[in-house]
Ligand binder design. Structure first.
Ligand SMILES: [Zn+2]
Length: 262
């Protein structure tokens, strides 16, 4: 699901309880921020967690010294997160929480786990410890093992997208010309394909907002799916999927739009 970080992690947790969440998004800063906020939500001593809570659980999570929070990030001089550090985390995760209701294990760059590290994590996710919740952060899901992805509830963090009128920003597209755009885009290299996806996203967002404002639920759903599809294509190309493939896949996914009154 696509997730707007301004909404509540409590809602997410309530509606989609899982032992592992995969949080993906483009900006490292926003991933870290979301990981921390989600961890605070889980470690907070109050229910429901008040906005901006500073209880000992939330404060310690923020300071990085909560006994029930394990934050695994890559050492600067390491290319990958080594197996030993994953084993430390798994060992820690097996014990009961010290003071909170649950323990929270955050892996900051899950896409940078060594192969052995990823296998060890997978084994743990297959038989997860009862009271530990894993928050796996990554730029995209595509660099992770399918088997890890399938064990997680996937949350795509939406970067705030501001359609802009300046010529440098994404441009609004004339959707009646969609087939022509896709034909041209089939030859785009990575950067141009990403610009194309941004323009599609900006255009779909505008449609989504206006259909939601007019209470047209079926159209809103269509546009939400279009936004999701375009996000996924963008993520795939950012994760080094061949742009031609991503464009063609997206074109198929959006083929129904070509029959819509756009
Ligand atoms: Zn709190």
């Amino acid at each position: 699901m696509a997730f707007d970080p301004s909404t509540s992690f409590a809602d997410l947790r309530e509606k989609n309880p899982a032992c592992a969440y995969l949080l993906t998004g483009n900006q490292a800063e926003s991933r870290r921020e979301s990981g921390l906020r989600f961890a605070q939500e889980l470690l907070c001593e109050k229910t429901p967690r008040p906005f901006g809570c500073e209880c000992p659980g939330c404060a310690k999570a923020l300071m990085g010294n909560h006994a029930d929070l394990f934050w695994l990030s890559r050492a600067e001089d390491e290319k990958n997160i080594k197996i030993k550090r994953v084993r430390d985390l798994i060992h820690w995760a097996a014990f009961k929480p010290y003071e909170a209701r649950v323990k929270v294990a955050v892996i900051e760059e899950t896409d940078r786990l060594s192969e052995e590290g990823a296998q060890a994590l997978l084994k743990t996710l297959e038989e997860p410890p009862a009271r530990t919740i894993f928050l796996l952060l990554a730029q995209t899901k595509f660099q992770l093992l399918d088997t890890i992805q399938s064990r997680c509830f996937h949350v795509r963090l939406k970067a705030p997208l501001m359609p802009t009128e300046s010529s440098a920003g994404p441009v609004a597209l004339d959707l009646t010309l969609l087939p022509d755009y896709f034909e041209k885009a089939a030859n785009y290299k990575k950067d141009k394909a990403l610009d194309f996806f941004d323009s599609l996203l900006a255009t779909f967002h505008v449609r989504l907002r206006s259909s939601a404002a007019s209470g047209d639920a079926p159209a809103s759903l269509e546009w939400t799916e279009a936004v999701d599809a375009a996000y996924e294509a963008k993520e795939a190309v950012e994760g080094n999927t061949n742009p031609k493939l991503a464009v063609s896949f997206l074109s198929n996914r959006l083929s129904h739009l070509q029959g819509m009154k756009v």
